[in-house]
Ligand binder design. Sequence first.
Ligand code: FEO
Length: 166
Amino acid sequence: MSLNNKIEEALNQQIQSEFYSSYVYLSMSGYSDSQNLPGFAAWMRAQSEEERGHAMRLFDYVQNRGGRVRLGRIAQPRLDFESPRVMFEEALRQEQSVTRTIHELYRLAQEEKDYPTEVELQWFVQEQVEEEKTILDILAQLAMIGDQPAALVMLDHRLGGRTDEA
Ligand code: FEO
């Protein structure tokens, strides 16, 4: 069963969203570096790589199904943030937006009875649960830290030890 046009178009949109996410996190890495937070910068850079991995996973999937990948333009991400906390709030919004589009894509695959796409998307549905939880945990820590620079430096050190990059 080859990909129908609606699914192919929606998967292409999702590939674009994942590349945009990658770009957003890379921009956040640049911001973090500019704030002398190397651990945050490393974490964001690893996250950017992970998002690129998501895009490439879908890229391969479309091609494995005999579909055509069509890459679009990627918008400029936000460059500056008032604080690391505001940056992670933005990251959470980005993940929530990706979760919504993954769910819409999953619903479409069900409607179109495209079972292979449904199965492929299950990994993404679970991944989004993980990603939102990770960011919510960091946001909770940032809320506790408030205006204490020493605590922020400790969190920076911990985030710099991230070892789960794609
Ligand atoms: Fe690939 Fe974090 O969404």
